[in-house]
Design a protein around this ligand. Structure first.
Ligand SMILES: [Fe+2]
Ligand SMILES: [Fe+2]
Length: 223
């Protein structure tokens, strides 16, 4: 039976003889999907190298951010896990685990390499989380407010860029980023509700952490 199929990662139609068990292009061995089926999760197949570079950069930095957030909450839990704040921090960490899992999947599906800086974010994130938690619950929450505000702003700028580029084309990706942005804003609000601003030197601490976040975003977009 002849079936119309196309590459899973390129919207390229390749009519070939195939059975349901043979989902590989005879020429390039790329994975194939039936005509009309979705060959991607939330990222549309790139039409040119410029779009591919733009999406790779965006998804790589998002993955790095979620990875760093996970390490921050891991550091906070190492210090405050057994205190009254433990369950609250764990709840936020669980959401970060889900965010990271999603970006892990997206990077793998779209064959995007993660940033080479992951080992640095591994250590820096944990150290930031643990050291802020050593200042007490207020320190941990001040750190959460600073980081989550930066991540929310970062997602908002991506939402604006995708809306300007082509909202119909990026509907599913926009939906995912908006959902995660809402979670980050909730974490930010949780930090404020749990006395972040009572931390002595809150303003300075927040500014310094946000400077670090901006540097991390800048670097993770590039390498
Ligand atoms: Fe997140
Ligand atoms: Fe978050």
């Amino acid at each position: 039976m002849q079936r119309a199929v196309f590459h899973a990662f390129r919207n390229e139609r390749v009519p070939v003889f195939t059975s349901l068990n043979a989902w590989k292009c005879a020429n390039c061995r790329a994975a194939l999907v039936p005509n009309g089926a979705r060959g991607y999760s939330v990222v549309p197949p790139s039409t040119d190298s410029e779009e591919k570079a733009m999406l790779d950069r965006m998804l790589r930095v998002d993955h790095a951010g979620e990875y760093g957030a996970n390490r921050i909450y891991a550091g906070q839990m190492a210090v405050l896990g057994r205190t009254q704040s433990g369950p609250l921090i764990q709840t936020m960490w669980d959401q970060e685990k889900y965010h990271l899992q999603k970006f892990d999947e997206i990077l793998a599906e779209n064959r995007i390499r993660p940033t080479v800086l992951l080992p640095l974010w591994n250590i820096a994130g944990f150290v930031l989380g643990a050291s802020s938690a050593l200042l007490g619950k207020e320190g941990a929450m001040a750190c959460t407010v600073a980081v989550e505000e930066s991540i929310s702003e970062h997602y908002n700028s991506q939402i604006r860029a995708l809306m300007e580029a082509d909202p119909d084309r990026y509907t599913e990706l926009l939906q995912l980023i908006k959902e995660f942005r809402d979670d980050e804003m909730e974490h930010h609000d949780t930090g404020l509700e749990h006395d972040a601003e009572s931390m002595p030197g809150y303003g300075l601490m927040k500014s310094l952490i946000q400077l670090g976040c901006r540097a991390a975003i800048y670097a993770s977009e590039r390498v």
